[in-house]
Design a protein around this ligand. Structure first.
Ligand SMILES: CC(C)(COP(=O)(O)OP(=O)(O)OC[C@H]1O[C@@H](n2cnc3c(N)ncnc32)[C@H](O)[C@@H]1OP(=O)(O)O)[C@@H](O)C(=O)NCCC(=O)NCCS
Length: 262
C-alpha cells in the first residue's frame, strides 16, 4: 500500500466516524424530543385530576368563548397548570409559535389580546398567587421570557409593542433582601410597558419598572426603574434616557424613506 493509499484510507475512516457521530447525534436528539413529548402527555393526564378549576378560554372574533380544561397542547403552543383556579384567556386571531405558558401556583391570570404574534417565548408563573400577565393587542414578540415568583405581581405589555429576541422580564429578584429590621425591601410588584414600545434585543427588564408610550429600549439595556417621559430612547445598564422627542415605526428604514418621500 502506497503512502497515498494509506492517507486515503485514514481519511475515509475519519469521515466515517464523523458521519456516524452525526447520525448518532440526530438519533439522540430525536429520542430526547420524543421523550419530552411523552413526558408532557403523561403529565397532562396526571394533572387532569390533580389540579382543579384551570381554564384556557379562547375567544373568537365574534366574542364566542371556547373553554379548555386544565391543559392545552396545540401545534407550537402549550399551557401547563400545576395549581388551581388559573385562567389563560386568548383572543383570536392570535399567532402563537413556540409559546409555553407554565403556571405552577393558584389564582393567576394570563391574557393575550387579539392579533398578538408571539414566537419562541415563555411565560412562567412559578410560586406566588394572584399574578396577572397581559399582552396587548397587535403586539409582536420574537423571544421573551416573563417570570414571576411572588404574590400580586402585574406584568402588562401595552398595545402594538414590538419586542425583539433574548428579552427577559423578571417581576422578582427570586430571593429576599431585607433591611436590618428584617423588613423585605425587594417585593416585585409590577412591570409596565405602555402602548407602542419597542424593546431591542437582549434587554432585561426588572421588577417595579415602567417604559412610557412611544419609547425605545436600546439593545442590551437593563431597565431598573419607572420612567415617566414619553417618546424617549432608554439605553445602557442601568438604563437611562439617552434621547428625547423620538418616534419609531415598524417598516425598515429604506421602506420608510420611500413611503414618506424623504
Ligand atoms: C436604541 C437605538 C435604537 C438608538 O439608536 P439612535 O437613536 O440612532 O441612537 P444613537 O446611536 O444616536 O445613540 C444616542 C446615544 O445613546 C447611546 N446608545 C445608543 N444605543 C445604546 C445602547 N444599546 N446601549 C448603550 N448606549 C447606547 C449612544 O452611544 C449615544 O450616546 P452619546 O449621546 O453619549 O453619544 C439603537 O442604539 C439600538 O439599540 N438599536 C438596536 C435595536 C435592536 O435591538 N434591534 C433588533 C431588532 S428589533
Amino acid at each position: 500500500m502506497t503512502i497515498h493509499d494509506k492517507y486515503v484510507n485514514k481519511y475515509y475512516k475519519k469521515g466515517d466516524i464523523v458521519i456516524t457521530k452525526y447520525i448518532l447525534g440526530i438519533v439522540i436528539l430525536n429520542l430526547h424530543f420524543t421523550l419530552t413529548k411523552i413526558k408532557r402527555i403523561i403529565q397532562y393526564y396526571l394533572n387532569l385530576n390533580k389540579y382543579k378549576n384551570n381554564y384556557i378560554i379562547v375567544v373568537d372574533k365574534y366574542g364566542n368563548e371556547k373553554k379548555y380544561k386544565n391543559c392545552l397542547h396545540m401545534k407550537g403552543f402549550y399551557v401547563h397548570f400545576k395549581g388551581n383556579n388559573n385562567v389563560v384567556k386568548i383572543f383570536q386571531p392570535a399567532k402563537l409559535k413556540s409559546l409555553g405558558i407554565n403556571i405552577h401556583s393558584d389564582n393567576n391570570t394570563v391574557i393575550l389580546e387579539k392579533s398578538v404574534d408571539i414566537y419562541k417565548s415563555k411565560i412562567n408563573i412559578f410560586d406566588g398567587e394572584h399574578n396577572t400577565i397581559k399582552i396587548g393587542a397587535d403586539t409582536t414578540i420574537n423571544g421573551l421570557l416573563i417570570q414571576t415568583y411572588e404574590d400580586n405581581s402585574v406584568v402588562t405589555i401595552g398595545k402594538n409593542c414590538m419586542i425583539s429576541c433574548g428579552v427577559e422580564m423578571w417581576c422578582t429578584d427570586s430571593h429576599t433582601i431585607t433591611d436590618l429590621n428584617n423588613r423585605v425591601i425587594n417585593i416585585g410588584m409590577s412591570i409596565e410597558l405602555e402602548d407602542h414600545v419597542w424593546v431591542g434585543k437582549d434587554v432585561k427588564i426588572g421588577k417595579n419598572t415602567r417604559i412610557p408610550k412611544d419609547s425605545i429600549v436600546g439593545w442590551g439595556a437593563v431597565v431598573t426603574k419607572k420612567f415617566d417621559e414619553r417618546n424617549v430612547v432608554l439605553a445602557g445598564n442601568p438604563a437611562k434616557i439617552v434621547k428625547h422627542n423620538i418616534m419609531w415605526a415598524r417598516p425598515r428604514v429604506r421602506d420608510f424613506l420611500k413611503m414618506s418621500g424623504n
